[in-house]
Design a protein around this ligand. Structure first.
Ligand SMILES: Cc1cc2nc3c(=O)[nH]c(=O)nc-3n(C[C@H](O)[C@H](O)[C@H](O)COP(=O)(O)O)c2cc1C
Length: 198
């Protein structure tokens, strides 16, 4: 199972997608597989019509279903998250994030809408049943810079927040893997005892 990197910006190039890519590379450095899901590349009409029978839409939904965790990146639009992201989240079933760990990321023009992550995005994600939503990373456009030759650079504060978020995601996934192993060992032991009693 991999970690889905969900890019929710309708723009290209996209600041939030670049930040997402940075987080993805940090997760790869920790040995996690990642899969990118760029919502702007999904076919517009089936997406807007919530046509989950469309092959590409169905594959995108399935990618999320098969993942163990998601990093959800969005630009802040009108003090909330993007409509594109909402359109996709609306396609997921009520327990579409069941058992998954979620890390939200947002980029914005101003620091004034930092609560968009907690007031707008978090409740919607929470309603989809994830096991855990980590504290998000919110970066303003001034805190992230792009250079064609050197790539993305971010302010020290954002670098620190990304490291913390990646640590927390990594730790949550290790804890979950450990408790899955314990649960399986318990189930195997119970099965063995039941078989001995027969
Ligand atoms: C339609 C629109 C609405 C926006 N609304 C806000 C806003 O309410 N608050 C804010 O801080 N920035 C706002 N911005 C700025 C973007 O959030 C910011 O530039 C972001 O980094 C863009 O990310 P992207 O390149 O991934 O799309 C808005 C930009 C657009 C195009």
């Amino acid at each position: 199972m991999s970690i889905v990197l969900l890019s929710g910006s309708p723009s290209s190039p996209s600041r939030s997608a670049r930040l997402l890519d940075l987080v993805g590379r940090r997760l790869n450095d920790r040995g996690h597989d990642t899969e990118l899901l760029t919502l702007r590349d999904l076919p517009a009409q089936p997406l807007l019509r919530a046509d989950t029978h469309d092959r590409v839409i169905a594959e995108a939904v399935d990618k999320v279903a098969r993942s163990k965790a998601l990093v959800v990146a969005t630009p802040v639009y009108k003090a909330a998250y993007s409509g594109l992201l909402k359109t996709f989240l609306d396609l997921l079933t009520q327990d579409g994030l069941l058992g998954k760990v979620v890390l939200p990321l947002a980029t914005a023009g101003s620091p004034a809408h930092v609560l968009a992550l907690d007031y707008a995005l978090r409740p919607v994600l929470q309603s989809l049943g994830p096991s855990h939503i980590l504290g998000g990373v919110y970066a303003t456009d001034r805190q992230i810079r792009w250079d064609e030759s050197t790539g993305l650079s971010v302010d020290e504060d954002i670098e620190w927040r990304i490291s913390l978020a990646v640590d927390q995601l990594d730790e949550s996934l290790h804890l979950r893997a450990h408790s899955d192993r314990l649960r399986k060992a318990n189930a195997d032991a119970s099965g063995l005892l039941a078989a001995q009693r027969c």
